[in-house]
Design a protein around this ligand. Structure first.
Ligand SMILES: Nc1nc2c(c(=O)[nH]1)N[C@H]1C(S)=C(S)[C@@H](COP(=O)(O)OP(=O)(O)OC[C@H]3O[C@@H](n4cnc5c(N)ncnc54)[C@H](O)[C@@H]3O)O[C@H]1N2
Ligand code: MOO
Length: 414
């Protein structure tokens, strides 16, 4: 007798998965190795940025009061008393009608409160004239105008992007406290599986899910431990899964989670004493996606069907791994877009369709079954159609999840 499975809603499944995330702790990394990691401490500004008033232009520092009344008919003159580049500080103090030649980025000299760009002057060897008045602080880049000392500039749990690296460098972080990354294992199950380099023989196919998940993890900046392929025999599969689960924080298996005679993952979870969070989700593809936890470790039983496997990873594995690292933005970015063609199939469950999104329009990326490989390659997004619907048409506005973005979003919006 086939066991009856009760499907749960996608959002409920995601919630359950996230509730079981086990924190991994943190480690120090050199700044240059920290791109793509998750910050494990808030970054508090240790200085103002910029740390001093400076010139945003190449030109002359003046006292603005001296420029009052300047015009085309009444040019006002200044003696040039010094010359400073970025990184230099003038020892001189500006007096009335004196100017200091100053380069972009140099600290404003004492007494100066405005900068005249070269283009706004007529220059002679030791003097300049100008033809317009300047306001106090005109053309001055003010101390602290970007960031003020003591401000929390980046929250703990933020993704370290190139801009974060720039801020960390600005505040002198040669080492950064980041979340440890989970050790993730991948095991592809199925007697039908051949290695990528093998010749095809009757009844067999090459393992595409294993390499695909490696790439999905790589896209998130993770490496993984490969446990290869296991044939559909309970004892052998159990031993591999048990060993892999002991050696990793999260084991991803593909295949063997449905109700077939050789789908052994449910029995393996039972033997391991794992808590199965769910074994059926009201979604297509990927309805058989099963998630279990054992000894504070995740066991993700993704479907063997490639499109279901791909979708299960993006919807469940991705946010779970991010949550383990304390990340704030767990979910794929969401947008709305105009459907580029009719999609008239019924959607008994929430449907995720591999799709091409061009910023405005979104269209299915080809062959649409759960066993499709081609549309995974051609898509850059997932169209999400709610369960219990049918008959979407060209021009309808639909929900879209964007794939491959460096950073996600903090809300599950569907
Ligand atoms: N009686 C029922 N049969 C099925 C049901 C059901 O509810 N009742 N669900 C169907 C659905 S939906 C799906 S999806 C599949 C899922 O099956 P499994 O996740 O257990 O996966 P397998 O049976 O092992 O394989 C499915 C399919 O995918 C191919 N495969 C497996 N591994 C790989 C791999 N690493 N690379 C490429 N392709 C792979 C495999 O050869 C099969 O064709 O079950 C339905 N059946
Ligand atoms: O789990 Mo299946 O992929 O819904 O078709």
């Amino acid at each position: 007798m086939v066991e009856k499975r009760t499907p749960i809603a996608v959002s409920a499944a995601i919630k359950q998965v996230l509730e079981h995330a086990f924190p991994l702790g943190s480690e120090n990394l050199d700044l240059e190795d920290s791109y793509g990691r998750i910050l494990a401490e808030p970054i508090v500004a240790s200085t103002d940025v910029p740390p001093f008033n400076r010139s945003p232009y190449d030109g002359y520092a003046i006292r603005s009061a001296d420029s009052a009344g300047a015009s085309g008919e009444n040019r006002i003159g200044f003696d040039v008393i010094d010359h400073i580049g970025a990184g230099e500080v003038s020892a001189k103090m500006l007096n009335a009608h004196e100017a200091i030649r100053i380069m972009t980025g140099a600290q404003l000299p004492d007494g100066a409160d405005a900068v005249v760009m070269f283009e706004q002057t007529v220059e002679t060897p030791d003097a300049i004239t100008i033809r317009k008045p300047f306001e106090p602080l005109e053309n001055v880049s003010l101390q602290g105008e970007d960031v003020q000392k003591g401000e929390v500039v980046i929250d703990s749990g933020s993704f370290i992007n190139p801009g974060t690296i720039a801020l960390l460098a600005t505040f002198g972080y040669s080492q950064v406290l980041v979340a440890k990354q989970p050790v993730v294992g991948i095991l592809s199950t199925g007697t039908e599986l051949l290695d990528v380099g093998d010749e095809l023989v009757p009844g067999k196919i090459r393992n595409s899910n294993g390499p695909m998940i490696v790439a999905q993890l790589k896209r998130m900046g993770f490496r993984c431990k490969m446990y290869g392929m296991s044939i559909d025999r309970l004892d052998e599969s159990f031993n591999v899964v048990k060993k892999a689960a002991e050696e990793t924080d999260c084991l991803i298996t593909t295949g063997g989670v449905s109700v077939g005679d050789f789908d052994f993952l449910p029995a393996i979870y039972k033997r391991l004493g794992a808590e199965v969070l769910f074994n059926k989700v009201a979604m297509r593809p990927g309805s058989v996606t099963t998630v279990a936890v054992a000894n504070d470790k995740y066991l993700f039983g993704l479907s063997g069907n490639p499109s279901a496997c791909f979708t299960g990873f993006e919807l469940f594995v991705r946010p779970a791994l991010l949550k383990m690292m304390g990340a704030g933005k767990l979910f794929l970015p969401h947008t709305k877009a105009v459907l580029g063609e009719d999609f008239t199939k019924a959607n008994p469950f929430t449907r995720f369709i591999r799709a091409s999104y061009d910023g405005e329009t979104v269209s299915p990326a080809g062959f649409n079954k759960s066993n499709a490989v081609s549309s995974i390659a051609r898509g850059n997004a997932l169209i999400v159609l709610p369960g219990g619907t049918r008959g979407f048409h060209l021009g309808d506005v639909v929900d879209v999840l964007l794939l491959g973005a460096e950073e996600g979003t903090d809300k599950w919006q569907l």
